[in-house]
Design a protein around this ligand. Sequence first.
Ligand code: GLP
Length: 260
Amino acid sequence: MEVVILPGTRQIAGLAADAIEALLRRKPNAVLGLATGSSPLPIYDELVRRHAERGLDFSQAHGFALDEYVGLPPGHPESYREVIRREFTNRINIQPENVHCPDGSAEDIPAACQAYEDAMTELGGVDLQILGVGTDGHIGFNEPGSSFTSRTRIKSLIEQTRKDNARFFKGLSEVPHHVVTQGLGTIMDARHVILVATGAQKAQAVRDFVEGPVAAICAASILQFHPHATILIDEAAASSLKLADYYRHTFDNKPKWQGL
Ligand code: GLP
């Protein structure tokens, strides 16, 4: 796990976009794992800018959303399918049919989850997965207690997550209780994972998953087992880390050729 502490969201977005740009130039048909939440938005804005200003090309790329609410009517502005479209994929030249999202309104949810896994496998798996982290350490919507080997499936949200996400809805009562999310096993199969977290409200979760024990109570801690996980955080999110100075020293002295 590489922890990179940066001054702010602009630098975080720049570094994440550099990794995605390098991947697309090396592999134009790369498969990107797309997270929602507010943390990845500056990355999407930066990629949109690079597409507009220097022709960064997504025409052969694929995108797989991490998760989706269950029970929102199709086209609901806060469904993650719509959020991903609005915030990112409608603003670049990715083919709309190459943007995949778990189906939260399927009649047969387990079958839809299996089909989602199969679609990922068919395309050779996710090359680069962008992640945020919840205040309880969830990634995707894998709440505490999620199996480390889980695949895409239905989950129930913890009340704190519903409260955290209520800001996107008219009120708490509108936030669904159920979601479909890629599992922790699914996320671990991505070849490179970039997790972004900013702000003091994420400091405890960051401390727990970076430096705490690997335990299902903190789902993101599974990333300690990932062979290529990059954690991009600002000073506030890094404020509870014991080894912050070591992470800074390591990044500042990293050989240039290594990249992220
Ligand atoms: C939701 C999403 C997660 C995201 C989390 C944090 O629960 N399912 O993928 O990481 O929110 O969101 P934010 O980045 O807005 O804090």
